[in-house]
Write a protein that binds this ligand. Structure first.
Ligand code: FE
Length: 387
């Protein structure tokens, strides 16, 4: 970049010798050459300035640039959309001077990419959602154990790996959502009650291939055992209003449209619909309400968005600094609010929309085990006929 700037400045000097000077008055010639020089020099400074900024997201090439030795940087592979993480990373750069190179993409594709890149990989941090994916990255040997007092202090013990390979950045809940028109809150209690006969043909839930459902059933297996979980899954399948299709938002919309009375969905989908600029989404969301199940026993099922530092991270120190920064009060509040998730750090308030869903008791099991049991959960759902 410096070399390019020097070339620009030299080009500005070379303009002095252009032959058209002999065809116009001397005074006008002087003014024009001065103006052109100024433009070229301004461009040279602009080139240098661009180089010191946070590299634009999606710019894969940026990950392979040779940075000057004195400039610290960290490479982030993120399954979260650029707009939902970039401002936090930018703030980190402004406060620490560490340049963040961001690559966004599909979670599973990013995990495969880190695996394929191996020792020559660029990624320092992988940010993704669902414990199933974080544990999968760990099981594939792609992660590095981190010992951080800041992370240990601010992340509850069950929301980080006991061995330090993964850490929660936010939590998300997967409660029951019901039709305000067709269901009374008093009719609901525990998640497992959705397998009872009185809900026949009234429940909507997405496919068993979805990792959120695998984690939900894995958590149930841990807390209630395999036989109980299988019976629940069978009963739930028997109560479906339609074969599983679409994402969580589609289940919420189906409840709003009266196609089913009950859905199981992650809270941030309903919150996102309520915050939407699309009036039809807001109207649909307003016909649906959150019900917190299992409040008198194990608590409602929760999952996380989280991060790992990669095994071959070229910048592990800066990577750890960035994770610690993301546990700061300000970063937690912004990041959680913009993703409609719950801050993982205690004392940081969730957004107004999430507060409107009410407070709840959450499951307390360590999510490491939930991630480990994802495969077993999928097999169980298969046996129950959950498509
Ligand atoms: Fe999601």
């Amino acid at each position: 970049m410096l070399r390019m700037a020097i070339i620009w400045i030299r080009m500005a000097g070379a303009l002095t010798f252009l032959s058209w000077r002999f065809f116009i008055p001397q005074r006008l010639y002087m003014r024009i050459t001065m103006l052109i020089r100024l433009i070229f020099i301004a461009c040279a400074f602009a080139l240098l300035a661009c180089d010191s900024k946070v590299v634009a997201p999606e710019s894969d090439n940026a990950l392979h640039q040779n940075a000057p030795a004195e400039r610290r940087q960290v490479n982030v592979y993120s399954a979260r959309k650029e707009a939902l993480i970039f401002p936090v990373l930018k703030q980190f750069t402004e406060e620490t001077g560490v340049v963040v190179n961001l690559l966004t993409g599909d979670a599973d594709a990013l995990i495969s990419r880190i695996a394929n890149e191996g020792e020559l990989g660029s990624a320092d941090i992988l940010i993704t959602t669902d414990i199933g994916r974080l544990v999968r990255a760990k099981q594939q040997g792609l992660t590095k154990a981190i010992d951080s007092e800041v992370l240990s202090q601010h992340i509850p013990a069950h929301l980080r790996d006991p061995a330090g390979h993964w850490f929660a950045l936010t939590t998300r809940a997967r409660p029951i959502m019901y039709s305000i028109a067709n269901v009374k809150a008093e009719e609901l209690d525990d998640l497992e009650d959705l397998a009872a006969e009185n809900w026949r043909g009234k429940v909507c839930v997405r496919s068993s291939s979805n990792i959120y459902n695998q984690s939900l059933i894995a958590a149930l297996i841990i807390q209630q055992g395999e036989d109980f979980s299988l019976e629940f899954a069978k009963g739930l399948v028997a109560n479906l209003a339609r074969p599983p299709k679409g994402g969580d938002k589609d289940q919420i919309k189906a409840v709003a449209a009266g196609q089913c009375d009950i859905a199981i969905a992650n809270t941030y989908y309903l919150a996102g619909m309520l915050a939407s600029k699309d009036a039809s989404q807001v109207a649909a969301a307003e016909r649906v309400k959150v019900f917190w199940p299992n409040q008198s026993n194990r608590g409602a099922h929760i999952n996380i968005s989280g991060a790992v530092i990669t095994r071959h991270a070229p910048n592990p120190v800066a990577a750890k600094e960035l994770l610690e920064f993301m546990l700061g009060k300000e970063a937690q509040a912004w990041y959680a609010a913009h993703n409609h998730e719950y801050p993982v750090r205690k004392g940081v308030e969730p957004s107004e929309i999430l507060r409107s869903f009410g407070t709840f008791k959450a499951e307390q099991i360590n999510l490491e085990k939930v991630g480990e049991l994802n495969g077993a959960a999928l097999q169980l759902m298969d046996r129950a006929g959950w498509k």
